[in-house]
Ligand binder design. Structure first.
Ligand SMILES: [Zn+2]
Length: 78
């Protein structure tokens, strides 16, 4: 089973559709029981599709790290 840390690592490729069907199945199973991760996905998807694609493809490690930090803080705050 995927934990939140693994889910966070997998979220960006998942949202960009660059994940194997097996990995995606594991992540979906995690999202079914993890509202904070679902909320992050919802927030992320609410951004414009075109901007999102450009953002993900050219996302500097610094930004990706900030996204992960954001999700971690959500998980800790409940
Ligand atoms: Zn989670």
């Amino acid at each position: 089973m995927v934990n939140c840390k693994d889910a966070i690592e997998a979220l960006l490729p998942y949202l960009d559709g660059e994940m194997s069907p097996e990995e995606e199945e594991h992540l979906r199973a995690h999202l079914n029981g993890c509202p904070p991760c679902v909320e992050f996905v919802r927030t992320y998807r609410a951004t414009s599709g075109l901007c999102r694609k450009a953002l993900v493809r050219s996302m500097p490690p610094e930004v990706a790290g900030r996204l992960k930090a954001f999700l971690r803080s959500k998980l800790e705050t409940k």
